[in-house]
Design a protein around this ligand. Structure first.
Ligand code: ZN
Length: 175
């Protein structure tokens, strides 16, 4: 029997959230948006995702108000996709999933997250142990960890070898 496409019998808020973010690739698109990926081609090369799937996910996330489409070039017309406040509110979810995956599955540290203002690594709840505050997403800096490939093939991964703040657009070096 084929799986149904929704959780019609569930009133649980986790089920409601999964209706929006539970499809394959969706959370990885959102993860990349936190890393500052905004453009279709950059998502494409970084994720290695089929084109039609990426287009569908971007469309769905925009329709759900998680990403906002912004025109950055008129001719030819080109749009980029930027997280809304509703999307940024998913940060603790991604953070918790990443920690769980590392502790229980991969045991490899690919990236660090630290408080940009003071350089202290974030605690498990996204807090800065030194400042005693939950760090706002734009003040979180992402850095490569020891498990990360130091010489990746795609330009987005290369851009992410340098420390950068979340949400700030990735700077892709021209090839
Ligand atoms: Zn701090």
């Amino acid at each position: 029997m084929a799986l149904g496409k929704d959780y019609a019998t569930q009133e649980c808020s986790i089920a409601s959230a999964l209706e929006v973010i539970g499809e394959r690739w969706t959370l990885l698109v959102i993860r990349d948006a936190f890393y500052g990926v905004r453009r279709y081609n950059d998502f494409l090369v970084h994720l290695g995702i089929p084109r039609a799937v990426l287009a569908a996910r971007l469309q769905a996330l925009t329709a759900q108000g998680i990403l906002e489409k912004r025109r950055y070039q008129e001719s030819p017309p080109r749009d980029e996709y930027v997280l809304t406040d509703r999307g940024i509110a998913l940060w603790p979810t991604l953070r918790a999933l990443g920690l769980w995956g590392r502790e229980h599955l991969t045991h490899v540290r690919l990236r660090f997250f630290r408080h940009a203002d003071c350089g202290t690594e974030l605690g498990p709840y996204g807090e800065c142990p030194a400042c005693g505050t939950v760090v706002p997403v734009p003040d979180v800096e992402v850095l490569p960890g020891p498990g990360l490939n130091p010489d990746p093939a795609d330009p987005v991964s290369r851009a992410l070898l340098k420390p950068k703040r979340l949400l700030e657009p990735v700077t892709i070096d021209p090839v």
